[in-house]
Design a protein around this ligand. Structure first.
Ligand code: FES
Ligand SMILES: [Fe+2]
Length: 315
């Protein structure tokens, strides 16, 4: 086997905004150890409610801050109680007169909206190159979050994202009765797509459209019309170059009595069932840089060109 055949994906961890927790998982004062982007990180929410992500290991003698505690707007290291703020500055050393000038930690940009906490990751440490807007429906009181699902998959973000631009697999893998009509539009770090097709139901196929906007490889806003009115927030976070954490939140319009729509919930579960059909293929497939494509293969080549911008160098 040649060296290039031993690597499943020729990509490093991409740059972008990636979810690291749901907002409701992190109360004020909470601390969590994270393992994402092939790095050890610590997430904490200070008492004023702001969330922060730092490299996990204290620059003093290397303790993991995940074992620490929050005090005010700082995290206290469990080893010698140095206090670090959300910008990575050392604010206090309880037994020293002077804070060393190089007592600094790497702090990662964080935004919080749409019910999730996002970190900007860039391998070279470069600041964010695009903004991540809130999900319109998941930030709207007229909508109610329903199903929430999570997966850990032995694949990378680009492979999962490519699925939406691969119309032929909908018939072969998911049993969709006809090839969907797919359109994709590339706009800098954003990718807009629309798939129209028939969705199989116990009462026969129903016309459905799924519009999606991806913000880099980490965050997708989806809106489904037809069988059920539904919104989705689909979040992909690299654990390392070959493992992915997927978070998925669905929402339906709120009925007059405040309850979600049962059809929307059923439809969400169907999406999750179909996603489960893709997983064994993703986990065992290999990325081919030069695939043999045919005229029915849609926007795969265009998608790959778009995705290449997130690796720093052309892929
Ligand atoms: S290792 Fe963190 S304070 Fe010493
Ligand atoms: Fe699929």
């Amino acid at each position: 086997m040649s060296a290039d055949q031993e690597v499943r994906f020729p990509f490093p961890v991409p740059s972008g905004w990636f979810a690291v927790a749901w907002s409701d998982e992190l109360a004020p004062g909470a601390v969590r150890s994270l393992r994402y982007f092939a790095r050890d990180l610590v997430l904490f929410r200070s008492e004023d409610g702001a969330a922060h992500v730092l490299d996990a290991h204290c620059p003093h003698l290397g303790a993991h801050l995940g074992g620490g505690r929050v005090e005010g707007d700082t995290i206290v290291c469990p080893f010698h109680a140095w206090r670090w703020d959300g910008r990575g500055a050392c604010r206090e050393i309880p037994y020293a007169k002077r804070i060393p000038p190089n007592a600094r930690m790497r702090a990662w940009p964080v935004v919080e909206h749409s019910g999730a906490l996002f970190v900007w990751y860039d391998a070279s440490g470069a600041p964010p190159t695009f903004e991540l807007p809130p999900h319109p429906e998941l930030s709207d009181r007229g909508w109610v979050p329903v199903e929430r699902h999570e997966f850990t998959i032995a694949t990378c973000a680009q492979e999962v994202a490519e699925n939406a631009h691969d119309p032929a697999h909908f018939t072969a893998v998911h049993g969709v009765p006809a090839l969907p009509d797919s359109k994709s539009e590339f706009e800098g770090p954003r990718l807009h797509s629309e798939n129209r097709g028939k969705f199989e139901t116990p009462r026969g196929p129903v016309d459905t459209s799924i519009r999606a906007t991806s913000y880099g490889l980490g965050c997708g806003h989806l809106r489904t019309r037809g069988l059920a009115d539904m919104a989705q927030l689909l979040l992909q976070t690299p654990i390392d170059a070959e493992h992915l954490h997927v978070r998925w939140q669905f929402a339906t319009p709120r009925a007059v009595d405040g309850s979600p729509q049962p059809l929307g919930i059923a439809f969400a579960r169907e999406f999750v069932r179909q996603f489960g059909q893709d997983i064994p293929i993703w986990e065992s497939k290999r990325y081919l840089a030069r695939p043999v494509l045919c005229d029915g293969d849609g926007a795969i080549a265009g998608f790959r060109r778009w995705a290449g911008q997130f690796y720093g160098t052309p892929s």
